[in-house]
Design a binder for this molecule. Structure first.
Ligand SMILES: Cc1ncc(COP(=O)(O)O)c(C=O)c1O
Length: 308
């Protein structure tokens, strides 16, 4: 989906005009993928626009930078405030997607990143459903990718690093060219890891299973943790366990979670319908509470909302 330009982008402590938020062609991260980023959503609520689980996202950004040995010249509070400022300055009262980025700048070249300047930017723009309204309502068709998730000893999968996403892009293109909506990546051990930008969950005999916190290199997703809380509060058991691809074929229900994608039912895996191919009752229940919570409709989850 094309980006809708807004007015201002936060760059290293100040708001600059959208069209002036540019970098030099010799920016280190452009060459070596040496950056870290976040994806965050804000939603309209009855009390005004609110950013969903903002601090958790910025804390993960700083954890990514720690893994990459990038010393961010701002603290968590500064970047949290920068996100609020960008939403306010662009009057994104109907909600938006927010993209904080830490990157190594212009000035040094070569594979030693340590002497490089560290730059931080935060942009925001209106963004509709990532996998389409039909996907959210009726489910998406997925395919196990021929591309494998990184071995964490090759590229650390716990860091949301810019360079790591070459892997997701390869898998995404392969899936789209094959007529599918999304790819499922396997870990080097052959177990299920996650999708290109989402965590994966299945429902089996009334329980929810996910490899999210197992050793298969999936990102610790904030949407996934949100669904875990919602499900447990409904009395549904959630287990983090390694899964194999036939677990997906035989699941009663399956869904994926991510900030951009939100909560999306999986209609099929490798041309096999999940259940009867329509979103299952547990998927629909947690999805509907999620959409209500992000828009301020659930009293018990108000603490997830950061009003700008
Ligand atoms: C590879 C990958 N896995 C999972 C997720 C889901 O994470 P979250 O729910 O925190 O957006 C994302 C999105 O950030 C991602 O890029």
């Amino acid at each position: 989906m094309p980006i809708t330009p807004t007015k201002k982008i936060w760059m290293d402590g100040e708001l600059v005009n959208w069209e002036d938020a540019t970098v030099h062609v010799l920016t280190h991260s452009l060459h070596y993928g040496s950056g870290a980023f976040e994806g965050i959503r804000a939603y309209p609520t009855p009390k005004g626009v609110a950013i969903f689980r903002l601090r958790e996202h910025i804390e993960r950004l700083f954890r990514s930078c720690k893994i990459l040995m990038i010393d961010v010249p701002f603290n968590v509070d500064d970047v949290v405030e920068a996100c609020r400022e960008v939403v306010r300055a662009n009057e994104l009262n109907d909600g938006c997607y927010i993209r904080p980025l830490v990157y190594l700048g212009y000035g040094e070249m070569g594979l030693n990143p340590l002497p490089c300047s560290v730059n931080v930017s935060v942009a925001a723009w209106p963004w509709g459903t990532y996998l389409g309204d039909d996907g959210v309502n009726n489910g998406v068709n997925t395919k196990v990718s021929s591309w494998q998730r990184h071995d964490p000893n090759a590229v650390p999968t716990a860091a949301k690093s810019t360079g790591a996403y070459v892997n997701s892009s390869l898998a995404k293109v392969e899936a789209l060219k094959g007529g599918y909506d999304e790819a499922i990546l396997l870990a080097p051990d052959g177990k299920i890891s996650e999708c290109t930008g989402e965590n994966l969950f299945i429902v089996h005999k009334g329980m929810i299973f996910s490899p999210m916190h197992s050793d298969q290199g999936s990102l610790e997703g904030i949407t996934g943790e949100t669904i875990e809380t919602i499900a447990r509060d409904l009395g549904i058991e959630v287990r983090y366990e390694a899964l194999i691809r036939s677990d997906l074929y035989l699941a009663d229900e399956a869904f994926l979670t991510g900030t951009a994608a939100e909560v999306v039912p999986i209609r099929s895996v490798d041309d096999r319908l999940v259940g009867d191919g329509t979103p299952g009752p547990i998927t629909k229940q947690v999805q509907s509470i999620y959409f209500s919570a992000v828009r301020g409709g659930e009293d018990r989850y108000q603490h997830w909302l950061d009003y700008v």
